[in-house]
Write a protein that binds this ligand. Sequence first.
Ligand SMILES: C[S@@+](CC[C@H](N)C(=O)[O-])C[C@H]1O[C@@H](n2cnc3c(N)ncnc32)[C@H](O)[C@@H]1O
Length: 371
Amino acid sequence: MIFAITCAAGLESILKKEIEIAGYQVIGSWPTLVRFTWDLSAIAKINLRSRVGNKLFLELAQHITSDFNQLFDLVSTIDWKTYVQGNPINVTAITKQSMLSSTPTIQSIVKKSIVKNILNGKEGQLPEEHDKQAIEVLVHIERDMCSILLNTTGESLHKRWYKKATGEAPINEALAAWLLLLSWRKFSEPLYDFFCGSGTIVIEAALLAKNIAPGSFRNFAFQQFKRYDQSLFDKEVATAKAKMMLNKEHTIIASDIDPNMISIAKENAKHAGVENYISFETKNISDYLSGWELVWTLVSNPPYGLRMNTYDLEKVYYTITQLFTKHPKLHGWVITSYEGFSPEDAWWTRKKSIFINGGERCWFYKKTLLK
Ligand SMILES: C[S@@+](CC[C@H](N)C(=O)[O-])C[C@H]1O[C@@H](n2cnc3c(N)ncnc32)[C@H](O)[C@@H]1O
């Protein structure tokens, strides 16, 4: 079986590593997509465990299609009744450099073919139960090669469902996990987020350090498939539980200037079951300029431009650079879209990659250790 998993732009290499570590054979990676092969068990495992992926698609059919009849026939080769049982069906389409270029027509032909297949060749309306989760079918056509993909995830995996409340500019959970996987190499060493907001980075850090599957708090689209095997899912849940390392000691420290955000972050951590692994405190970043020595890693998403203009950003970012001068054993990773952050000292690197965080362009800065 062939699978395709999507991610945010720039996260592909970590996603590829994740798939390989899970023991699957990667057959290629493209911008925002990694393809791999395995059997049905991969659906439960990857949906439960992927920290940086967005949606896992099962490739149901693939063939060259140069006209709509071929597309209709390709879709009708799939036994749709093994997946759909009364669910509404949403068809989305992407087409590039292909004879079939009209996405609305592609969507309509594919839907017609699915309905006819389910109704055993008869024309008609599919009885859709609207209390059931919709099933998403993605048609991807590139240079006439058409893939029919079934979304096994449902809502994107970055929605872990532990965040019951957020602040003004929360970071996407998958992006937070990606930052941590790049930066926090030794979980035995302390991790700080001094602009923790709703707590995404520190909650993802606790999930990572304790090896808690990030999909443990939610449901997935595949659980509605007729072909869904509860025993495969139960087995993956049990394996994931057995692999948790709850007794290992970790130091994860979160603070924010806003006491409201600290309450929200604590609540979210509670929903993720990790509130006891994180120390939360209301503090201004400047409070850390004196006091105990900070060592190891800071991963933070300080306030920035468009969405958070209530802060004196110049001062906040100046304090960040001062913090690293005062604490030479601290290294850090900062993600921001604030244009005014341009630390000149040689220990800072601005990563070229640009990411979209909540619709904004973000840059990723790395501060290496002073020697
Ligand atoms: C972009 S938000 C962080 C979002 C967070 N990563 C999340 O996922 O919710 C920036 C946070 O910095 C906090 N902040 C602003 N100025 C601060 C300061 N001087 N010291 C500490 N925190 C500050 C704000 O209260 C806000 O929660």
